[in-house]
Structures are given as C-alpha cells and as structure tokens.
Ligand binder design. Structure first.
Ligand SMILES: *Cc1c(COP(=O)(O)O)cnc(C)c1O
Length: 394
C-alpha cells in the first residue's frame, strides 16, 4: 500500500479490525521514526509566536499526542467519527451526561446497570436535575414504556449486562430511542469493540470502561466515549476539556498498548469461556450456567445477530446455595478472587457479597448462589481443573 493511501481515511476504514487495532491513530514519528507513540510527559507546548500551535497542541488537558493516538485507534475500531479517552469509565459517563443533558431532562437506564453507573445516576446526576427510570434492556417494550415523551434525552443500555448477562437488541433500542427524539448510549465494556460495534447498529454514543477488555491487563483504569456525528463530538470535546477528567500520557500509553492485542485476546477469552461453559454445564454441582452463547439463554438469538462471539464472562448458580458459592470462590486458585474483569488473568467473585452487595434487598438483588467468572487466557485445562477442584471441595 502506498504512503498516500495509508494516510487517507477511506482505505484505512476498509482495513481489517486487527490491522486497525495496531495501526490506526498513529503514523511513525516523523523526526525519529518511533514505531510506537512516545509517552509525551508534558503539560504544555511551545508556541511558534502567539497562537502558533504545533499540530494544535496547547495544553495537555485539551490534548496530548499519546492520548490522541489512543483516541484515533478507538474511533476506528468502534467505527465512530471521534473518540475521547477519560481517566475512568465513570468519568467518561459523567461527561456524556453533562454534555448531552440539561437539568430537567430524563434518562432511561438498565434495571441491572453496572453498580457505579446506577450510583452515578442516582446520587450525582439526580441532584444535578437529571431524573432516571430503570428498565430491563432485554425488554424493548419496557424500555419504550419507561420513556417520558419530550423529556427523555438518553436511553442508556449495557449489553451483555452484569452479572446476569442479559442481552439488549441494539438495533431495536436505537429505533425506540430515536422515535422519542432521544439518543441511544451503549456501554460496550463487556463485549469490547472486537465483538460488537454499537454505532454500526444505530447507537449514537458508545462508552467504555477501558479498565476492562480494552486495556486488558488489569494495570490501568480508564474510560472512553465514541460518537458517530460531529455535533455530539463537539459537545464531548468541549466538556472533556471543560470538566478535565482526562487520562495522563502513561495511562493512555498502557491502554493503547493493550488495545493493539484486543482481537487475539478476545478470541482466546471466548475459546476458554466456551470450554468453561461446556465443563460447568455437565458438572453435578452446577444448577445453571448463564452465557449468551447457550441456545437456552433468552438473549441468544439477538446476541448471535449483533455479536461476533459471546465473550469471556460466565455466570453460574451452584446446587449447594450461598455457602457453596462462597466456598467455590475461596477454594479457586488459578481463578483469583477479585472484583473487576476483562484482564488476561481469570477472576472469580461472588456478586451477592462483592460487586452487587449494594443492591441487596432491592429489585436488583442477585441470587446468593451465583458465581461470576471473568475467564482469562491461561491454559484451558488449568482453568477447568481449578473449577473442578473448587466445586468438588478438594
Ligand atoms: C467497570 C465498569 C464501569 C466503570 O468503569 P471504571 O473504569 O471502573 O470507572 C462502567 N461500566 C461497566 C459495564 C463496567 O464494567
């Protein structure tokens, strides 16, 4: 491919996902040829005369070249107009709300939203004047019914959801949101852009906790917003700078380094998750396995349509109640007992007592015999042997 072609946007968009994950957003540095974006540890930039900015760089809250490279790659992989990196997933979410809503507006949110997202809407955005209603993302009619005509500005969904892995039909939900004059925001953290590109299915905004699969190595906290049109991009650009929740160059570098291997990691996460699901489905101590790749999963047909594969998250219920669920979490050794997800190492947790403890006693309470796995990319046999030992009490 000629240099000329490589620089123009159109042929670049036509390239495969893996190629874009590695090359989009950055050209080898013109002065040194550095193949990888340097960590630009600088807060400010010399101007060539007043207002004479080099490459538009003025101050690192507004823009930093290490961050720019990451943002370019994210925009390409999500097939968006622009991408914006943030200091955390929640900082990205807050910026979306302030950029796109005004006090008095209303949002529909998942009735099983990520706990931090629920807390943000309930305890922060609400006191700022944004009301919210919960609805099941797997039920398009319920989402439509939760919309307040003329007031709903955002329909916010996660798919798959956490920890029950419910599936929302992005295309149908986009139609419902647009009918009401609202925007559809999809939290794409669980699927990652490798498995699902919501903007191509009609969503207006994608949000990520890049802490999870995008970074992929459990070594950095970050977030991202990707948008499909310039008007929304302008609103996010203004608020990203005005609110200032940006990642530093070191964090941007780590996230970008992780992003380059997303495709190969995700495929191995999916391979291992499928083996784990198959193993658990045949285990006498397992009551139910929850995974969108299973035909009996209520969201299987929609997930098959909109996802490339079904992801690395697996939940299951044990026959021995909460005591056994807790024991399994504590006996596992290769699966590390920890919150979070999406890293190369396998994690196990008890949602009822850990990630979802704050919703105990509410409609969002999760079953006490539920165990959640973030299946990593270790040797599959070691993962199965570990689960077998943990389930058998050995
Ligand atoms: C972790 C997570 C978030 C929050 O992201 P942080 O990077 O922890 O701020 C939001 N949504 C989902 C689905 C998550 O898993």
């Amino acid at each position: 491919m000629s240099e000329q072609q490589h620089r123009s946007t159109e042929p670049f968009k036509a390239q495969g996902f893996e190629t874009r994950a590695i090359h989009a957003g950055y050209e080898p540095d013109p002065t040194t040829g550095a193949v990888i974006p340097p960590i630009y540890a600088t807060s400010t930039y010399k101007q060539d005369g007043v207002g004479g900015l080099r490459g538009g760089y003025e101050y690192s809250r507004s823009a930093n070249p290490t961050r720019t490279a990451l943002e370019g790659a994210l925009a390409s992989l999500e097939e968006g107009e622009r991408a914006f990196a943030f200091a955390s997933g929640l900082a990205a979410e807050d910026t979306i709300v302030r950029a796109l809503c005004r006090p008095g507006d209303h949002a529909v949110i998942p009735d099983d939203a990520y706990g931090g997202t629920f807390r943000l809407f309930d305890k922060v955005e609400q006191s700022w004047g944004l009301e919210h209603s919960p609805a099941a993302v797997s039920d398009v009619d319920a989402v439509r019914a939760a919309i307040r005509p003329g007031r709903t500005r955002l329909v916010w969904v996660e798919t798959p959801t956490n920890p029950l892995l419910n599936i929302g039909d992005i295309e149908a939900l986009a139609a419902v949101a647009h009918e009401a004059g609202a925007l559809l925001v999809v939290d794409n953290t669980f699927a990652s852009p490798y498995l699902q590109q919501p903007l191509t299915l009609g969503a207006d905004v994608v949000v990520h906790s890049t802490t999870k699969y995008v970074g992929g190595h459990s070594d950095v906290v970050g977030g991202a917003v990707v948008v499909r049109d310039l008007e929304t991009a302008d609103a996010i650009t203004f608020h990203q700078n005005a609110m200032g929740a940006v990642p530093g160059p070191f964090d941007s570098f780590l996230t970008h380094r992780g992003l380059k291997t997303l495709a190969v990691r995700m495929d191995r996460h999916c391979d291992n998750a499928e083996l784990v699901v198959d193993f658990l489905s045949r285990h006498p101590s397992v009551e139910q396995v929850i995974y969108p790749g299973l035909e009996e999963h209520p969201g299987h047909a929609v997930a098959s349509r909109q996802m490339k594969r079904f992801g690395g998250m697996v939940s299951f219920r044990v026959t021995g109640g909460e005591a056994q669920a807790l024991a399994v979490c504590e006996r596992a050794e290769v699966f590390t007992l920890a919150e979070s997800l999406g890293g190369i190492e396998s994690l196990i947790e008890h949602p009822g007592r850990m990630t979802h403890a704050s919703v105990a006693g509410t409609d969002l309470e999760v079953p006490s015999d539920l165990v959640r796995l973030s299946v990593g990319i270790e040797t599959a046999d070691d993962l199965l042997a570990d689960l077998d030992r943990a389930l058998s009490g050995g």
